[in-house]
Design a protein around this ligand. Structure first.
Ligand code: PMP
Length: 407
């Protein structure tokens, strides 16, 4: 039954029907970005053909229609993550901008010398560098939660990092390199007992876990549309309304003001205070369509399928001779990272590419995590709703062939 469902979903993604080197594309680089269903491509195209106008300003009909489409998408995203209010959904470029927004708007005016920010050893560079920049500006320091051999956070060590100087926790929900699902609910609960707010980097979770920000009780949640079957250049920062209300704007410009004069400017209300300038309107509309698509299928159905693919692939890949899996957490999304003795990951990636199998090789923007495991790079296969066991078989066969060739 699952098999039939997936064949049905695959029809929704035009790019899956292309070939490379005479072979059908096998796309296993979903952690970098997912492919887009026709409904998303058509929503953007329809918007540009029929509704294009600037939002929030025009009295004319087209502008009002564009504004309606834009704000309707905000409500769809609110429902998708179960935020309390639509104005807790701030549209940004992506996860990276969301984290920079919190660092600069929340952190910069609050943090001072000696304050501490807790992150982890498995963070993507975009949940490290914005905090390092903030530390340089304010004199705050980073404290790092260590990762064990299985690729899981050391929760005892996490709790021991807290002290009266701790001001913020910023942790990834799911590791983009290992697939580890972190126990974020208990991480957040503990931080709140210490009166410390928590930002979750949801870039790798949002398309693979049913995210409920009220249930998690996170203070901020950041994600990118392009990893959620939506367009590039659009993402979301969720924040609790009372926190966002207290934060100064991140960027100044049009739309984010309520009045401007040379003596005094007052700022617009949420969410517009954080949306300076003309937004990525078509991107927002496309992201709304992506969320409709996923809601129609149901996250539970997607999770079941991806977990069965993960189990199937893990069993086959673990048994390949000379392979070293990086990370073996008990709670994982569909991401597998490995190295093969005697072969550089880039050589494996190139070999697989010639078989039309797209995987990612490199440090995956997690250089400190590579250092933790003593490898410069890994090969990473990451699954999405449209991947099949047959594609996994092709990947595994190709790894065996690569082994023979490079022996
Ligand atoms: N965090 C994680 C865990 C990621 O996987 C990524 C994307 N690889 C990002 C942050 C950054 O996302 P973006 O480049 O879309 O801003």
């Amino acid at each position: 039954k699952n098999h039939l469902l997936v064949q049905h979903w695959r029809k929704d993604f035009p790019i899956l029907h292309t070939s490379l080197y005479g072979k059908p594309l096998v796309y296993f680089d979903n952690a970098a970005t997912t492919q887009k269903p026709s409904i998303v491509i058509e929503a953007e195209s329809y918007y540009y053909r029929h509704t294009n106008a600037n939002v929030h300003r025009g009295i004319h009909t087209l502008s009002q229609q564009a504004t309606e489409a834009f704000e309707a998408a905000r409500s769809k995203l609110q429902r998708f993550i179960n935020a309390r209010h639509p104005h807790e959904v701030i549209f940004v470029h992506g996860t990276t901008e969301a984290i920079n927004l919190v660092a600069q708007s929340y952190g910069r005016c609050r943090f001072k010398t000696g304050d501490e920010i807790i992150i982890s050893a498995m963070e993507h560079h975009s949940n490290i560098v914005p905090w390092q920049m903030l530390c340089q500006q304010t004199g705050a320091i980073l404290r790092i939660v260590p990762v064990n051999d299985a690729g899981e956070l050391d929760i005892n060590a996490y709790q021991n990092l807290f002290n009266p100087n701790t001001k913020l926790v910023a942790i990834t929900h799911v590791s983009n390199t290992l697939g580890t699902i972190n126990p974020v609910k208990s991480i957040i609960h503990y931080a709140h007992t210490q009166h410390v707010p928590v930002l979750l980097d949801g870039a790798q979770a949002i398309a693979h876990i049913a995210v409920d920000v009220q249930d998690l009780d996170c203070d901020f949640y950041a994600f990118s549309g392009h990893k959620l079957y939506g367009p590039t250049g659009i993402g979301v920062l969720y924040g609790k309304a009372d926190l966002l209300e207290d934060m100064p704007p991140y960027q100044g410009g049009g739309d984010m003001i309520s009045s401007v004069s040379f003596s005094a400017t007052t700022y617009n209300k949420l969410p517009y205070k954080f949306e300076a300038g003309t937004p990525n309107i078509a991107g927002v509309v496309g992201l709304g369509a992506a969320v409709d698509y996923l809601s129609a299928i149901g996250m539970d159905t997607i999770i079941k399928h991806e977990q069965s693919l993960l189990n199937y692939a893990t069993e086959l890949i673990v048994n390949i001779p000379d392979i070293r899996m990086i990370g073996s957490a008990t709670e994982k999304t569909g991401i597998i990272s490995w190295v093969l003795a005697g072969m550089h990951p880039h050589d494996i990636g190139t070999f697989l590419d010639r078989q039309a199998i797209a995987v990612r090789t490199g440090h995956h923007c997690t250089m400190p995590l590579m250092e933790r495991f003593g490898v410069p790079a890994t090969v990473r296969a990451s699954f999405a709703l449209y991947n099949t066991k047959n594609e996994v078989d092709k990947l595994v066969n190709a790894i065996y062939q690569a082994r023979e060739l490079f022996k």
